[in-house]
Design a protein around this ligand. Structure first.
Ligand code: HDE
Length: 730
């Protein structure tokens, strides 16, 4: 057998979106085509089954009917056990600068290369058909189709997790999912089993603060941060490693909705986030994130007051700044939800040379789970051959056969070493892009235990709470009062109050008040019930030190980007007789700034302006709701104003928009409409031009001033400060 010298294949730069090109060969477009069976036979009649006479029984012979119904009967696959409800999009990623000092990952070393990505956002607890606006963590999973194979960054929109060890994941998920006897509640953590588990698991405290914060109610997938959560490793070509935490920073800022709003959206449009992502991409307003990294040299592994391997801890950005190293743009919606969004299979173990793992015990467990789950969900070991999962580089190995195998492997050998095929496919040297695991030194005893460095369960929960603005703190208190208020067992509520008291006494006191309970005195050593059978409770007692950082601004959303109104949805309320100039000036300015404007009227069709112009109506008060918009404008016009003033839905729209802290603007000619609301009376006493930007409400006859101020107000997103002093019924 002739011995071949392996030819060195360099890693080509990725210049175009070759994933899209590769997917093309699998796309079926039926435009202008004949209907066929799955075997290509042209079908003459797809509307009538084959019968013994017009009024007779259907014949078993009808292979067309049989094929169609059989396929239909098998259309469903198991939904993901977690993250079942998701939405995805295609896009590209580009690194800003060569990162080769830190990592040999080729896609991070070539600023000229454009790497295709497929990103799936999801909620965690709900089923496939559940509402987008459930209070929940959001999945943020990115598949990079690099020239060295797929790299999956399977993260969440929160930087920490509930548990420190993967062995508890099934318990956590069983606790949060609907209760097993009655399958209630759907997509909600507000029930006994979840809080029963959490109240005995103090390590979840930090994540609970995130999950009860407004981060769990994103305004849009496009306005969420993403986090890799675990500490990973970057390894450079010399084999030198550093620790790395991954971040996604949205260029539209991080924004949320109010809890009352979220609950309403769930009824009015359960697809709110899915629609928002789809519509933005269809409109060419492509969502963008910068990829950030926090780098910690190996020598600094023990420099922090928390353990870098503990997934319930983050590295405060004040201690290690986030360097923005590249940008991701989502620019194409999937062609087919099932084929792409549903069948995409992420795996935290899909890495490329230059990216490696750490011993975070949660990460280690994930490395097993993701392939395992795809085997059942996608039906066998060949799920990597499904078009959306295929890498853009060729796959060559000695794995063979199995259900639904697509690849036709040539040749006699499916083993190695082999002499028959000169050892093809060959192992790749490091210089040829071969992956080698980081050479971490390990010297240990086998043991089921947790490191004491993981036992501080509260300091970062407290740091998170202390870093929030006052409205954000109030929302956390309200969220806990709501969730624990839905819990039936008093002892669970009480135990949870004892946990909260370890985080912050004031927080616990407020929640206790809402629940009509007292905070029980449970010693620290009694709080942790996750101890082994032979363990001593005292050995598993949490420690509760103070974080040396009093506050971390990056943890609050208050200081996020507030300089754009791009893609915000604005409602203009109008009726026949509207002042056309007042309507158009505001509409045109908002559209020019990138906002999406809808005209909402008592009925669909057209309205006729004061000067007899026809204006197309986008939504009626029946089809629209204030919770689907970010801000609202009321133009003048005597008849329009009189109609709106008498239209209960219009007044409710404004009251609700005010309740949810949104920007509201009105032409002075529309003052009467505002005067019919609850909130305006509360405002007018102290209403001056200076208070406008604090309250987020402007009424003016000067259309230029009005428009400029309205744009500024929409960019501010929400006026949370007015929420408590100006509580109104709506
Ligand atoms: Fe997952 N997770 N996970 N997870 N996860 C899944 O994989 C698992 C964890 C995350 O859009 C499953 O294909 C274990 C942390 C996302 O398709 C499953 C543990 C983080 C998605 C699984 C965790 C995540 C999943 C279910 C604890 C943030 C959706 C279906 C050790 C860093 C990906 C599937 C998509 C999905 C297991 C914890 C993120 C069962 C065992 C921490 C975004 O394999």
């Amino acid at each position: 057998m002739a011995k071949k010298t392996p030819e060195k294949k360099s890693i080509p730069a990725q210049q175009e979106n070759d994933k899209t090109t590769k997917l093309e060969s699998f796309v079926a477009d039926s435009t202008g085509e004949f209907l066929t069976t799955n075997h290509g036979l042209r079908i003459n009649d797809d509307q009538n089954s084959l019968k013994a006479g017009e009024r007779g029984a259907t014949l078993l012979e009808d292979f067309i009917l049989r094929e169609k119904i059989t396929h239909f009967d098998h259309e469903r696959i198991p939904e993901r056990i977690v993250h079942a409800r998701g939405s995805a999009a295609h896009g590209v990623f580009k690194v800003y600068e060569d990162m080769s000092e830190l990592t040999r990952a080729a896609f991070l070393c070539d600023p000229g290369a454009e790497t295709p990505v497929f990103v799936r956002f999801s909620t965690v607890a709900g089923s496939r058909g559940s509402s987008d606006l459930a209070r929940d963590v959001r999945g943020f999973a990115v598949k990079f189709y690099t020239q060295e194979g797929n790299f999956d960054l399977v993260g969440n929109n929160m930087p920490v997790f509930f548990i420190q060890d993967a062995v508890k994941f099934p318990d956590l998920v069983h606790a949060v999912k609907p209760e097993p006897d009655n399958e209630m509640p759907q997509a909600a953590s507000a029930h006994d089993t979840f809080w029963d588990f959490i109240s005995q698991m103090p390590e979840s405290s930090h994540m609970i603060m995130w999950a009860m914060s407004d981060r769990a109610l994103p305004r849009s997938y496009r306005m969420m941060e993403g986090f890799g959560v675990h500490t990973f490793r970057f390894v450079n070509a010399k084999g030198v490693a550093s620790f790395v935490k991954f971040h996604w920073k949205p260029l539209l800022g991080v924004h949320s909705v109010a809890w009352d709003e979220a609950q309403n959206i769930s009824g009015k449009d359960p697809d709110f986030h899915r629609r928002d992502l789809w519509d933005a991409i269809e409109a060419g307003a492509f969502p963008e994130w910068e990829l950030g990294v926090q780098i910690v040299p190996e020598s600094d592994e023990f420099k922090f007051e928390f353990d870098l391997l503990d997934p319930t801890k983050l590295i405060p950005e004040e201690l290690v700044p986030v360097q923005r190293i590249g940008k991701m743009i989502l620019n194409r919606n999937p062609d087919n939800f099932f084929a792409e969004t549903e069948q995409v299979a992420f795996h935290v173990g899909h890495v490329v040379p230059g990216i490696d793992f750490t011993n975070d015990p949660l990460l280690q467990g994930r490395l097993f789970s993701y392939t395992d789950t795809q085997l059942i969900r996608l039906g066998g070991p060949n799920f990597h051959e499904i078009p959306i999962n295929r890498p853009v580089v060729p796959v060559h190995n000695n794995q063979r056969d199995g259900h639904m195998r697509q690849t036709i492997n040539r040749g006699k050998t499916s083993y190695g070493p082999n002499a028959i095929a000169a050892n093809d496919p060959q192992q790749a040297k490091v210089a040829d892009g071969g992956f080698v695991s980081y050479n971490e030194r390990i010297d240990a005893k086998k043991i089921r235990a947790r490191s004491r460095s993981f036992f501080d369960h509260f300091s970062q929960a407290r740091l998170f709470f202390n870093s929030q603005s006052d409205p954000e703190k109030n929302h956390i208190i309200d969220a806990l009062s709501f969730e624990l208020g839905k819990v039936k067992a008093i002892e669970i509520r009480e135990r949870m109050l004892a946990v909260l008291a370890q985080i912050d006494k004031g927080l616990a006191t407020e929640v206790a008040y809402a629940l009509g309970l007292h905070i029980p005195e449970i010693p620290l050593a009694e709080l942790n019930n996750s101890i082994p059978a032979d363990g001593e409770r005292a050995d598993y007692a949490s420690t509760n030190p103070e974080s040396s950082l009093a506050k971390s601004d990056a943890l609050s959303m208050a200081g996020t980007i507030k300089d754009t109104i791009k893609t915000r949805k604005i409602a203009i309320l109008a009726a026949d007789g509207v002042e056309e100039k007042s309507l158009s000036k505001v509409k045109d300015t908002l559209v020019a700034e990138g906002a999406v404007v809808h005209i909402i009227a008592p009925k669909l069709g057209e309205i006729i302006s004061k000067g007899d112009k026809k204006i197309t109506v986008d939504e009626s008060f029946l089809t629209a709701a204030s919770v689907l918009y970010d801000a609202v404008y009321v133009p003048g016009g005597v008849n329009s104003v009189a109609t709106l003033e008498a239209e209960a839905n219009a007044i409710h729209f404004l009251n609700e928009a005010f309740k949810h802290c949104k920007a509201i603007a009105a032409d002075e000619g529309a003052l009467q409409v505002l005067e019919s609301t609850y909130f305006f009376k509360k405002l007018t006493a102290e209403y001056t031009e200076e208070t406008v930007l604090r309250e987020g409400v402007i009424v003016s006859a000067d259309v230029n001033l009005l428009t400029d101020t309205f744009v500024k107000m929409i960019a501010m997103h929400r006026f949370w400060e007015r929420e408590n002093p100006r509580k109104i019924p709506a």
